[in-house]
Design a protein around this ligand. Sequence first.
Ligand code: FES
Length: 61
Amino acid sequence: MENDSKICFCKNIYKSEIIKAIKDFNLNTIEDIQIATEAGSICGTCLIDVRVILKQQLENK
Ligand code: FES
């Protein structure tokens, strides 16, 4: 995954925005990310990538 690739095509959300939201709001779940960024809130196709990003961020805490 590129460092700043577009993750959610429905909502036009980039990886950097998801990482920023995880850090800024101390998010721990996919649902938190959906609420904070709207990524994954339409078709759900991007949730696989969102999950990978969340896992990486939680491991790097
Ligand atoms: S690509 Fe993210 S909800 Fe559709």
